[in-house]
Design a protein around this ligand. Structure first.
Ligand code: SF4
Ligand code: SF4
Length: 223
């Protein structure tokens, strides 16, 4: 039928015209008195009585409240989470990084010499100013020592300050992303609920099995 395409196009336009808007005014949005009171969890009268200055601003629609979009647990944040006691200094992460922005300097550590000796790490720098968050370094880490982080509001005025050094990696909050870490998803771990994974034995795929698990796997399972 002639004109059918036109009606179809208009239908799509109308559908989108009445759809709710999903634009989020990040990092904060303007609110009126009702919105400000709702955010504070009190009635508008109480809000005005407790904060006359803020109440007045809200009445004039110039008050703001912080607005954050809920991130998914697999979000790849740019602060990285590093578990030093898992890291052997093998530098696989640095070799896999397609941009070559991980710098690792080590020396023979004299640790676990009988087992093959671990390196002591002198330098571990990641230039997140150039990082594209592909996560290949995390995939390459054989010991689950390196995870993507969960933070993102880390803007800076100086590019050199975007290089994360070993001290920052050590002190970063242990809130890893669950990206490429199915063990976190199995536990329903969510860094955006303020959870941390400080215990390195609970951070990796290669957890030491308990004696019961060993018995079940190697004794009971073979009967
Ligand atoms: S996420 Fe990708 S670009 Fe960033 S450091 Fe890791 S491998 Fe390199
Ligand atoms: S973070 Fe992983 S891949 Fe990188 S040096 Fe340490 S153990 Fe090796």
């Amino acid at each position: 039928m002639q004109g059918q395409g036109l009606l179809k196009g208009l239908g799509v336009t109308m559908k989108n015209f009445v759809r709710p808007v999903h634009t989020v005014q990040y990092p904060d949005r303007k609110v009126g008195l009702l919105g400000a009171a709702k955010r504070a969890g009190v009635s508008p009268f109480r809000f005005f009585a407790d904060n006359p200055r803020e109440g007045l601003k809200a009445l004039l629609f110039i008050a703001t409240v912080p607005e954050r979009v809920q991130q998914a647990p697999r979000f790849r944040g740019n602060e990285f989470t590093w578990y030093e006691d898992r890291c052997t200094g093998c530098a696989s992460c640095a070799k896999y990084c397609p941009l070559g922005i991980i710098k690792i300097v080590t020396h023979p550590g004299g640790i676990d010499v009988q087992e093959g000796e671990s390196y002591a790490i002198d330098v571990f720098d990641i230039d997140i100013g150039r990082c594209m968050f592909c996560g290949l370094c995390v995939e390459a880490c054989p010991y689950d020592a390196l995870h993507m982080g969960s933070q993102f509001e880390r803007g800076n005025y100086v590019r050199n300050d975007l290089v994360i050094d070993i001290e920052q990696l050590r002190s970063n909050l242990k809130r890893p992303s669950s990206w490429f870490r199915p063990q976190f998803e199995e536990r329903k771990f969510d860094p955006f609920k303020g959870e941390t994974v400080d215990d390195h034995y609970k951070a990796g795929r290669h957890e030491q099995p308990s004696p019961d698990e060993l018995k079940e796997r190697w004794v009971d399972g073979r009967k």
